[in-house]
Design a protein. Structure first.
Length: 34
């Protein structure tokens, strides 16, 4: 049970990281366009 929770936590961290990376890429792209 605990292992499942850890796995879920890692997955949610990965999702967060992916979202932040996409946002950062988007902001950098906008800066370059300006």
């Amino acid at each position: 049970m605990e292992r499942l929770y850890i796995l879920f936590y890692q997955m949610s961290n990965l999702e967060n990281y992916r979202w932040q990376t996409a946002l950062l890429t988007h902001i950098i792209g906008l800066s370059i366009n300006l």
